[in-house]
Design a protein around this ligand. Structure first.
Ligand code: ADP
Ligand code: MG
Length: 248
């Protein structure tokens, strides 16, 4: 399925005359299996979103390869319809001049279905993310944060992808809404048999939905652990993460 092989990424450091480069990702390798929810946990600035962008093929690694079913994700055709994404900043994820229907249709219009077929699909998609059909004519500013994120999820599943990358997708939502969206994601995963790459700084949310988690620190993998073995993590950083959760 999705395979990350020894990738690395550097960025030029801020400052006009700086020639130094910041090592944001170092020798990162892992695989995400079919139907798996793989968490990537790490603190802010550890390089999670950068890793996400490389997985989505939006940016190029300096070295290494990200492949989907053996093909490089840098090739747009490999990603199209197979890998989609939901980001944290749902407010800017949807064009404010788009209705809910336009937003969901955006990725669907790239395929060969007729417009009528696509429109029919919207009712079903809205239903699947727990929104009533009449929402199709609403604009993002008329919706709550949780509702906009549901629209983003409907859009992400519209092409029936094999894999969705969720980058802090629930982090901006109220805690009670977070759980609703996590439950929704769990249900959809079963229906569509997709895999998720669930990027978060929230260990608790990851433990709720993931099968395995990657503990990520300073641009590299500290440890990969099955969720049922989370209590037995070995690395110092992972233990600290766990402790902070227990005392919280
Ligand atoms: N496009 C960019 N140009 C320069 N530096 C960047 C860029 N994107 C991210 N960085 C830097 O890379 C580091 C990791 O950022 P990021 O991947 O957003 O981490 P996280 O998502 O874990 O918070 C940060 O120090 C950030 O400033
Ligand atoms: Mg981030």
């Amino acid at each position: 399925m999705l395979k990350v092989e020894n990738i690395g990424k550097t960025y030029k450091r801020a400052g006009l005359f700086s020639s130094e480069r910041q090592n944001v990702l170092k020798n990162v390798s892992f695989e995400c299996e079919d139907g798996e929810c793989l968490g990537i946990i790490g603190e802010s600035g550890s390089g999670k979103s950068t890793l996400g962008r490389l997985i989505l093929g939006i940016e190029k690694p300096d070295y290494g390869l990200v492949s989907f079913n053996g093909m490089n994700v840098q090739d747009r055709k490999v990603r199209l319809g197979n890998i989609s994404a939901v980001f944290q900043d749902y407010k800017s994820s949807i064009n404010p001049f788009f209705t809910v229907e336009d937003a969901i249709l955006e990725p669907l219009n790239i395929n060969n279905r007729s417009k009528k077929e696509n429109k029919d699909k919207i009712d079903n998609l809205l239903n699947q993310v727990g929104l009533p059909s009449f929402y199709r004519t609403k604009y993002p500013h008329e919706l709550s944060g949780g509702e906009v994120q549901r629209v983003c999820i409907a859009r992400a599943i519209s092409t029936e992808p094999k894999c969705i990358l969720l980058d802090e997708a629930i982090s901006s939502l109220d805690v009670s809404v977070q759980i609703q969206v996590l439950d929704l994601l769990k249900d959809l995963k079963t229906i569509y048999n997709m895999s998720y790459i669930f990027i978060t700084h929230d260990l608790q949310a990851a433990a709720y939905i993931c099968n395995r988690v990657i503990i990520f620190k300073d641009g590299s993998i500290e440890e990969i652990v099955k969720i049922e073995h989370l209590k037995n993590v070995k690395s110092f950083y992972a233990r600290k993460l766990l402790q902070s959760l227990i005392t919280f």
